[in-house]
Design a protein around this ligand. Structure first.
Ligand SMILES: [Zn+2]
Ligand SMILES: [Zn+2]
Length: 273
């Protein structure tokens, strides 16, 4: 057996992750879906080229919510290439009214019903509602021939539904937005600090790490920390916090599990799920 035949046929690739833009690729090596287009269309095309994926290989775009760091390049990208857009009805409404997205052809819009699995390009997808102050905010669970992935980003609070959707996956992309101390001592106005740490804001390193430590088992292949804040976090702090929470529970991360933060502006390269 050669190296490539042992690799999973289902891949994830982060093109950008963080408060300045989010865009992920999920699918086979040559065709699949995008989750969010929070970077410019030009950057998306560059990332696709770097990873040897043709633009024609993008069969659909799933949107988590209508905040600009998730939809910045959506209008330009779909004007040059009419790719169907899937999102919660409230999010689609937000896109139709949004300054940066109101030029999108509404014929591309497809409504997703939360917690109702559906199939796109051979991949089973289940969207689930998350607590966040964007319109129709949702996370996504994917299953391709038993290879599973959950993307849970922009979440104020981990409720029962989100926890269940993460638990059933063997690959996790979970938000680790801010370090509590950095946010508290930082220069953000009080109201913004309240919003970020509130129930409709973002997950702290600690909240995210505590939950991951709680559900961890060696069957989990990849734990990817996403949407790290540029001003209130560092990749080192996010990872350190995760290891601390594992330490508190006396859990050792198995050698078969990889743990890493997703880069802000660089491609993560293919992660085999
Ligand atoms: Zn958001
Ligand atoms: Zn965001």
């Amino acid at each position: 057996m050669d190296l490539f035949s042992c690799l999973s046929p289902f891949v994830f690739c982060s093109f950008a992750s963080g408060s300045s833009g989010n865009c992920y690729y999920v699918g086979k090596q040559d065709e699949g879906l995008l989750v969010d287009v929070g970077i410019s269309a030009k950057q998306v095309k560059e990332m696709l080229r770097k990873n040897d994926i043709a633009l024609e290989g993008i069969k659909a775009i799933l949107i988590t919510h209508d905040h600009i760091d998730h939809v910045l390049g959506l209008e330009t990208l779909t004007q040059s290439c009419p790719i169907p857009i899937y999102a919660h009805p409230d999010c689609l409404q937000g896109l139709a009214e949004g300054k940066a997205t109101q030029g999108i052809d509404p014929a591309l819009f497809h409504e997703i019903e939360p917690l109702q699995p559906f199939e796109l390009d051979g991949v089973t997808i289940e969207a689930f509602p998350v607590m966040h102050d964007g319109r129709g905010a949702m996370g996504y669970y994917f299953d391709y021939e038993g290879h599973t992935l959950t993307i849970a980003t922009d979440i104020g609070m981990l409720d029962k539904v989100v926890k269940e959707q993460i638990k059933k996956s063997s690959n996790i992309v979970i938000e680790s937005n801010y370090d509590k101390e950095m946010l508290e001592k930082g220069r953000y106005p009080f109201v913004l600090k309240q919003r970020i740490s509130g129930p409709f804001g973002h997950l702290s390193n600690e909240e995210s790490a505590r939950f991951v430590a709680e559900i961890y088992h060696p069957g989990i292949k990849h734990i990817m920390l996403c949407h790290l804040s540029e001003n209130n976090n560092t990749p080192q702090r996010a990872i350190q916090c995760l290891y601390e929470q594992f330490g508190k529970k006396h859990i050792r991360i198995d050698a078969s599990t990889s743990v890493f933060p997703l880069p802000r502006h660089k491609s993560s390269g293919f992660v085999y799920l």
